[in-house]
Design a protein around this ligand. Structure first.
Ligand code: ATP
Ligand code: ATP
Ligand code: MG
Ligand code: MG
Lengths: 257, 257
């Protein structure tokens, strides 16, 4: 099973848009996918048009609001054929509080055992990471072996990627299997020179990992308010073709060496 | 002295762009301004083209890397006439670790005493908040009395604002003076229907706080890579006029009731 974190501290670069559409792309291709929403904003559920009562918080604590025991299976919400969602949201604030209270030596890996399944009932776990950098971000990087970094082709994007690469390197000291496998340019706007300039710099620095860019496509920002993925909202949109191409690359690319 | 947090959990909505350009706008108008960068990404310094050796971490701990004592004044970096920067960056990761270890009852306000100056040597403290939501976010809301929420006019922006409003309400239970004074629409793109639709919804929900929107203006995304504010990079750009208008509103509006 492959475990991929869609991660970047910089905000608004297309992490959730990528996590949701890639997960659905993989599921449509026949893979069994669990999408894990690691954000207190809980957007993955809204992007999919569902409202799960339980999620990542209950998956870890194994108790519901009334304190009754809960099985891991109860917390996985069927979202589409072959696609389950482990929802994020407000309760992750409490999860972070609890993590901060753990002793320093176990704090970075406190969630690892519960987050990595023992069986092979899944082909992919895709983690939609929150922006910023805190104790939950570290725990997710300890629980995966592959990272996909979306990089918006505008503004100080390269700075953000270099900063984030430092966080990855320090996480790698503890999680030796962690690899930056994919750098995904997003919000690619053919008309602006800035887009091309940043793309060229990415090509020089990350040739092996660089994916074909996701174009700026307003359909991608409209689909979530309908609770639909791009494949459902407008299958002929350029955003759908771009995420289909990314799905292909991830499936063919095989994962960790 | 007015203490304003530029805050929104949603990423990439223009918090740093607003914090930097508003701070410079106020300084140019003659106010004495301290810009506090509360983000591990440390972008405010890059937006201003400076590289301060000390910052918020040393302001709180009062020690430098060698353990030598440091005065608060040493950590404030002159950025422009009337404008000082208290820099963010990697060391805020350590600050968050320390905050997480504080007992639960004092954790939300652990930074308040050091963050609120006793004298009146400043007219404004502007806090550039990180995306996401964690123990440092709470501490900043406990140290200010006014909040400005930038809201990008695209995608699930309204959801993000409603979620963030819940965080503000819970912070208000402890910090009774906290007010959402400004809702700033950003990335306003006249050509898209989505922009207008979200703007109208904001007008219905937050009429009193709603500011004139900041237009999408590529100059605003180019200025930071030159280490310049919009007023220095291109004073005639629509982005400069928009942030000048916001500066006016904040000065005339007078602050907390
Ligand atoms: N390729 C694209 N074309 C057009 N709009 C896009 C594209 N990708 C993302 N968006 C829009 O940009 C905004 C930010 O995207 P998204 O929420 O996926 O980013 P994020 O990195 O998950 O943000 P956060 O840091 O808050 O978690 C959303 O309104 C989304 O609909
Ligand atoms: N009005 C605007 N017009 C054009 N580009 C903009 C505008 N406002 C911000 N940008 C660009 O959008 C990107 C995100 O802006 P910014 O970094 O200010 O957002 P943020 O909310 O601080 O992000 P984060 O959540 O990562 O802290 C940057 O590349 C910035 O240059
Ligand atoms: Mg997201
Ligand atoms: Mg910012």
């Amino acid at each position: 099973m492959r475990r991929i974190a869609i991660a970047m501290a910089k905000g608004g670069v297309g992490k959730t848009t990528t996590a949701v559409n890639l997960s659905h792309g993989l599921a449509r291709a026949g893979a069994r996918v669990l999408l894990v929403d690691c954000d207190t904003q809980g957007q993955a559920a809204k992007f999919l048009g569902i409202d799960p009562p339980l999620g990542l918080y209950e998956f870890v604590t194994r108790r519901d609001d009334k304190g009754a025991p809960v099985s891991k299976k109860d917390t996985l919400c069927p979202a589409r054929p072959n696609l389950w969602l482990l929802a994020g949201g407000d309760k992750l604030i409490e999860l972070k509080n609890w993590l901060g209270e753990q002793p320093r030596d176990i704090r970075p890996t406190a969630l690892r055992r519960s987050l990595v399944p023992k069986d092979d009932s899944l082909d992919f776990m895709i983690f939609d990471c929150a922006p910023g950098w805190d104790v939950l971000s570290v725990n997710i990087l300890m629980a995966v072996n592959e990272v996909l970094c979306p990089v918006a082709l505008q503004g100080p994007a390269l700075e953000g990627l270099k900063t984030f690469f430092r966080y990855l390197l320090s996480a790698q000291k503890v999680n030796k299997d962690l690899r930056l496998n994919y750098v995904l340019p997003t919000l690619f706007d053919k008309r602006t020179r800035q887009s091309y300039q940043i793309y060229q710099q990415l090509y020089r620095l990350f040739r092996r990992q660089l994916c074909d860019p996701i174009h700026y496509n307003v359909r991608l920002s409209e689909a979530p308010s309908q609770g639909q993925t791009i494949f459902e909202f407008e299958g002929h949109a350029i955003g759908a073709a771009d995420y289909e191409k990314l799905t292909r690359r991830i499936m063919d690319n095989g994962g960790p060496e």
